[in-house]
Design a protein around this ligand. Structure first.
Ligand SMILES: NC(=O)C1=CN([C@@H]2O[C@H](COP(=O)(O)OP(=O)(O)OC[C@H]3O[C@@H](n4cnc5c(N)ncnc54)[C@H](O)[C@@H]3O)[C@@H](O)[C@H]2O)C=CC1
Ligand SMILES: O=C([O-])CC(=O)C(=O)O
Length: 279
């Protein structure tokens, strides 16, 4: 194995593309529902090697107030500056704001963890530029399960990936009907265009598997549901998988499942934990 030399930095910060400090500085863009949950976890439970260094938003004064209310000593900055203050940028913005931030960050050679995955599917140039510049993009599993097996199946002949998302009306901009109602049927690209805040899991499945054009998506509103339900079918030459996920909606934003923030925390934990379980 080639010797990396005496100056090679093997710290978590270096592995994440950041500086040489022993502690990874995490920046959170958007202290909304998911961003706040991730911040709370970092403040209360972050493993050694991770710290909340900064948060950014449209209004830095409002971000500063939120940080104070959490008892955090992290910096509050404007969004474009956030990347300067962290090794890992967790992007918890809604899609319309996330596109601009990711565009500014993909050439900075740091690590980005974006939750609005539809933005990546709709702008494939972002991932291409990130690859060229050595910017690491870690797409969290978010509200979906089964990506480990999907990625493994994609090594072989992946034949079909289908996802049916059903949410209570409050999770779908209040679309109410007397019974279950189909709101969309088509591919993941068109689903992301039409429902960018609601089908990030479809975008994630598409990136891991068959791509946006071949990943089949249905969206249903169902007033009888109390949870966000995702039914996934994966067929390949090696396996047939059926997954049913029943996610508790977040109290602060019923569109987003509580599992999403936990998934981001698990990504962050994985950056500093030597032991990894699962693909
Ligand atoms: N990957 C996944 O499985 C999932 C992804 N999501 C994505 O996560 C996103 C965030 O979810 P939540 O935290 O629940 O939403 P939220 O609405 O509570 O938070 C959104 C944040 O974006 C900020 N923001 C919105 N527009 C902005 C603008 N123009 N400029 C600057 N900041 C702006 C808001 O101030 C807020 O801090 C969702 O919009 C959705 O796209 C949601 C659920 C699952
Ligand atoms: O949180 C969920 O259950 C799914 C969701 O909103 C998304 O995929 O964007």
């Amino acid at each position: 194995m080639p010797d990396a030399g005496p100056r090679a930095d093997r710290s978590p910060a270096a592995a994440a593309g950041g500086g040489s400090a022993a502690t990874l500085a995490v920046g959170i863009a958007g202290l909304g529902n998911i961003g706040l949950d991730v911040a709370r976890w970092l403040l209360a439970h972050a493993p050694a090697g991770l710290r909340l260094a900064a948060a950014g938003g449209r209004d830095p004064a409002a971000v500063a107030e939120r940080l104070v209310s959490l008892g955090a000593r992290a910096r509050a900055v404007a969004l474009p500056e956030l990347i300067e203050h962290c090794d890992v940028l967790v992007d918890c913005l809604s899609p319309e704001a996330s596109a601009d931030l990711l565009d500014a960050c993909v050439e900075r050679g740091k690590t980005i963890v974006p939750v609005s995955v539809c933005v990546l599917l709709l702008n494939p140039g972002l991932l291409e530029r990130a690859k060229r510049s050595g910017t690491r993009v870690i797409v969290p599993s978010g509200a979906v399960a089964g990506l480990d097996a999907l990625r493994a199946a994609a090594i072989g002949e992946l034949r079909a990936v289908r996802v049916k998302t059903s949410k209570p009306p409050a999770g779908l901009d209040g679309q109410a009907a007397a019974g279950p109602q189909q709101l969309f049927a088509g591919n993941a690209l068109d689903a992301c265009r039409a429902w960018p805040r609601n089908v990030n899991i479809a975008a994630t499945l598409a990136l891991a598997g068959l791509g946006g054009e071949r990943t089949e998506v249905q969206i249903w509103g169902d007033p009888a549901l109390a949870r966000n339900v995702h039914e996934i079918e994966i067929d390949s030459d090696a396996t047939s998988i059926r997954i049913r996920i029943e996610n508790r909606p977040s109290a602060a934003n019923p569109r987003s499942s509580a599992l999403t923030a936990q998934s981001v925390c698990e990504v962050l934990r994985g950056l500093v934990e030597p032991v990894r379980v699962g693909t």
